[in-house]
Design a protein around this ligand. Sequence first.
Ligand code: THU
Length: 129
Amino acid sequence: MELNKQEKLLLKKAKEASLKAYAPYSKHQVGAAILTNDNSIYSGCNIENSSYSVSICAERVAAAQAISKGEKKFTLIAIYVNSTKMFPPCGVCRQFLAEFSPDLKVIYANAKEIRLSTIRDLLPDAFSI
Ligand code: THU
């Protein structure tokens, strides 16, 4: 699949962020980079914990970085994992991201493959109040 310049940049930032992952338990290093509607980029990695359920995914770390700087509108998120498996955003991250940008474009990739989707397609009939 051919990515445009901006998509390539975001995926590069996600890959860089994956190097910062704290994943001693799963060994899956995940990075995410999110693009805001005013073209800022925020990134994050997964952070695990010995109490496993305390762990947090890369996507929510990246989005939380942006939100805590006052950025709440996103157009694109790229996710990279150093695995042979593909890591589409988990259900919790889909719901988290849908809150802010239901039409968010999603690129997820490993070293071998790149896939493109949207939060709307990944989370049909999303919950909201
Ligand atoms: N992980 C993410 O960072 N993003 C996802 O969407 C799926 C899972 C992380 C959580 C955990 O640290 C590791 O990948 C294995 O589940």
